[in-house]
Ligand binder design. Sequence first.
Ligand SMILES: NC(=O)c1ccc[n+]([C@@H]2O[C@H](COP(=O)([O-])OP(=O)(O)OC[C@H]3O[C@@H](n4cnc5c(N)ncnc54)[C@H](OP(=O)(O)O)[C@@H]3O)[C@@H](O)[C@H]2O)c1
Length: 336
Amino acid sequence: MVKAWISRQASQTEALLETLSDADFPKEAVVLRVQYSSLNYKDALALTHTAPIARTYPMVHGIDAVGEVVASGSLRWPVGTVCQVNDWGLGETHWGGLAERVVVPEQWVSPIPQGRSARWAAALGTAGYTAALCVMALQDHPVRPGDGPVLVTGVSGGVGTVSCLLLKYLGYEVVGLTGSIDATGAPVSDSAAAHFDRLGLGASHLIHRESMNRPGKPLQREQFAAVVDSVGSHTLVNACAQTRYGGVVAACGLAQGMDLQGSVAPFILRGITLRGINCVFRSHAERDRAWGLLASALGEYDLDFMVKEIRLAQALDAARQVLANQLQGRVVVNCA
Ligand SMILES: NC(=O)c1ccc[n+]([C@@H]2O[C@H](COP(=O)([O-])OP(=O)(O)OC[C@H]3O[C@@H](n4cnc5c(N)ncnc54)[C@H](OP(=O)(O)O)[C@@H]3O)[C@@H](O)[C@H]2O)c1
């Protein structure tokens, strides 16, 4: 029998932790005993039915899974291998990883970088992997470390924190936009203070989110060589308006909103590039590059300061905290 966070229909108000039988699961080549999953913003929306993340029902939630192969029809992924699956429709169109078991096609499975553990991979999960894709977009543009500061919005969240760590590792100057400081610029809590300390973001490198979350002028003072944005809405429009001539804005998220009510001025007068980042259906070559960058920059214990580990049964409570913006960093879900 297998425990899993499942929604049986869209009209439910939240997911339920149910005990399923082996026969309930889809038939695919690789069966993983899930050791760890993680709680991404998208998982929080899905578990609480705040947004329609699941496209079919019944759906087991969870966009990440890391675990050991316990049954396999794949030569590449034999029984005993520890590996991971990120996205590919997990928790949307295919039963996902907030469960003790996940069953997937062999093409969806990725290795864990050499020398890193299952927990390290889950601590990064989709948020970390997406952060790496955003940073790769800046590198490819190219924006180089000497070109000027990079703005990272939602800097205390999963994507924001890992983006900051990667950019700093690569030598970029980072400015963080956050709601986790007060009007004087002081962190709102001891944990926020400790978090920014570990990111090396002092008061002069933090901006309050309220300075950017309302409608602004189409062109503003050019400040940033590039932006990694996980917030969307007016924040993204203002970030474009503050990006220097020829810069790039990597947009991956919508924590403020999905709307984009802006002007073409930054694009036609400053030649900036708005680069959309979607992590779900990336090639294995891109995934390998992203996980390679993460493994180069972040050692086995470098993430511990940003990780809160919970049991599978606690996932719904943690989802509510994520949506209430009460957590910094990443939530790892121990499914063993
Ligand atoms: N495109 C993709 O493939 C992809 C992949 C992964 C994630 N995402 C998206 O990226 C976003 C971030 O994901 P995550 O896992 O990093 O989430 P997260 O850990 O919950 O972080 C989101 C952060 O955004 C900030 N924030 C929250 N509410 C806000 C608001 N109303 N206005 C402005 N800022 C707000 C907060 O940081 P501060 O306290 O520092 O302000 C929060 O920590 C989500 O929208 C997620 O769906 C997209």
